[in-house]
Design a protein around this ligand. Structure first.
Ligand code: BG6
Length: 490
């Protein structure tokens, strides 16, 4: 296990401290880092929200959230006691800056500490909260601000949010979260590509046939339906998580892990994304919406039933063919797909290499499968290299695909930390490498906006797919017409 280094004393203010993200992700992540001794002295976690809640009541809510969200053996009373000593609650309304005295007086006298403001709130509060911090003189020399997605719903709205926050915090103090960048396998992608010399000579056109990225979920939109209906899968998953994965697969080697170096390389990929022009949108994109079906033998209702009407134009599934116009990736398509209520929770990046140029196994010519490197993100994390091998035994060559399969959990034998644990520690350390810079977010929106415009002008409706399938059949056709198919074969 990597050595755990404590972080300097801090005050972490969580706006939206009573919300779902705080309870389900942030508090459990902080509990783990506290338990592992990474928080020294009297570092504090200050939850802020609109409601008038007593500290004891808030602590009771956090405790039951931890009991719900941690594995049974992970919650321990003595650890909870010392962890809860760090937690405070204050009332603060994003639009009423004159009611922030409780927060001000708690922070007063601690200006020398690292101060992190985590905005686990709706993005419409990002500007007002940043302004409230400034108006109340709570922005110190060491203050940082963390923004959760969605950062707008198009380029214009993203710019407005970024401008409002930039009035109060300089860019190097703004940490825009994409929790995929905190996932171990996503980090491992950097290790795989840049700590091994094996792949680099092959990581390009001429050796790679195409790349597939699948982020499939079996859950539906459930309680988020109101929000989701205005967003859809393209904005919810592709604009951020999936484009970040594309960048990490496609970028050139940065000169170091320093944040500017990594983010500059990602920017070059985003700049090279070929816009999906209006006339290509029908050909290169597929939209879907789930209808009732069954997952793991249990019947589930369709999206329209969850929403309460059937006139929604929101896609719960999207598949795209993306091209990168540069020397490395010219004519190497990236196929992307993501969706809710698919067959299983299953996320992976598959790099398929080219066929052998000439088969010396004539009787096998239709059976030599191309090599494939699969990086699994979910449900288990690992890397698999598929190779052709000879079946043992006399009597000619019988070839069969076999796999070098590495499960990270088995290899390292430790609990895999949640992405938020890493991201919170990186914010507390002041390292922005795993966060999105303003120009990245805006360029990603620029590319997404052209697809949305194409959908609107072509009136492309989502096609229905049965919950528990791999999405609409048009998603298979997207690859089929190029002579390819999704993995796993569906
Ligand atoms: C979030 C999306 O950003 O990522 C959700 O808003 C999605 O709709 C979630 O379910 C998926 O995250 P993970 O870590 O479970 O793959």
């Amino acid at each position: 296990m990597a050595k755990l280094i404590p972080v300097e004393v801090f005050d972490l203010v969580i706006f939206g401290g009573t919300g779902d993200l705080a309870m389900r992700k942030l508090m459990p992540a902080l509990y783990h880092r506290h338990r592992d001794g990474q928080f020294i002295d009297d570092s504090r976690i200050i939850a802020a929200s609109r409601g008038a809640i007593a500290r004891d009541e808030y602590l009771a809510n956090v405790k039951s959230a931890l009991q719900r969200n941690l594995a049974a053996e992970e919650f321990q009373e003595d650890i909870w006691r010392s962890f809860s000593d760090r937690i405070f609650y204050v009332q603060a309304d994003a639009f009423e800056h004159n009611n922030w005295q409780a927060l001000s007086s708690l922070l007063e006298g601690h200006e020398e500490r690292t101060r992190v403001n985590y905005l686990a709130t709706s993005p419409k509060l990002f500007g007002p909260i940043a302004k409230g911090l400034k108006t109340n003189r709570l922005v110190t020399g060491s203050s940082r601000i963390v923004l959760e997605k969605p950062l707008g719903h198009d380029l214009d709205s993203a710019k407005k949010i970024n401008d409002a926050v930039a009035d109060c915090f300089s860019e190097d103090r703004i940490f825009r979260i994409d929790h995929y960048l905190g996932k171990e396998t996503v980090q491992n992608l950097l290790a795989l590509r840049f700590a091994n010399s094996l792949f680099e000579p092959l990581w390009r056109r001429g050796a790679i046939d195409h790349v597939q990225i699948t982020v499939a979920e079996d859950l539906g939109v459930g309680g988020r339906v109101e929000y989701y209906d205005h967003v859809g899968a393209l904005r919810d998953m592709v604009q951020n998580h999936i484009l970040q994965l594309v960048c990490l697969v496609a970028m050139e080697a940065p000169s170091s892990l320093e944040h500017g170096a990594v983010r500059d390389e990602k920017m070059k990929v985003l700049r090279a994304l070929r816009p999906i022009a209006l006339e290509d949108v029908l050909r290169n994109t597929v939209r879907g919406q789930y209808a009732a079906g069954a997952i793991d033998g249990a019947t589930v209702v369709g999206y329209a039933d969850e929403l309460g009407h059937d006139t929604s134009n929101a896609e719960t599934f999207v598949a795209l063919k993306l091209e990168i116009d540069n020397w490395r990736w010219s004519n190497v398509p990236f196929y992307l797909r993501t969706g809710k209520r698919l067959r299983s929770k299953h996320s992976e990046i598959v790099v398929e290499f080219q066929d052998v140029p000439h088969s010396i196994f004539p009787q096998q010519e239709f059976n030599v499968s191309p090599n494939r490197l699969t990086m699994r993100l979910q449900p288990d994390e690992g890397v698999k290299l598929s190779l052709m091998a000879k079946e043992p035994g006399p009597g000619g060559f019988e070839l069969r695909p076999v796999a070098l399969d590495l499960s990270f959990e088995e290899t390292f034998g430790i609990r895999y930390p949640d992405a938020y644990e890493r991201l919170l520690m990186e914010v507390l350390r002041g390292n922005p490498a795993l966060f999105m810079r303003r120009d990245e977010v805006e360029l990603a929106w620029h590319w997404i906006d052209s697809i949305v415009a194409g959908w609107e002008s072509s009136r492309q409706k989502p096609q229905s797919y049965v919950a528990g399938s791999w999405g609409p059949s048009a998603s298979d056709s997207l690859l089929d017409r190029d002579g390819r198919a999704w993995y796993p074969d569906n």
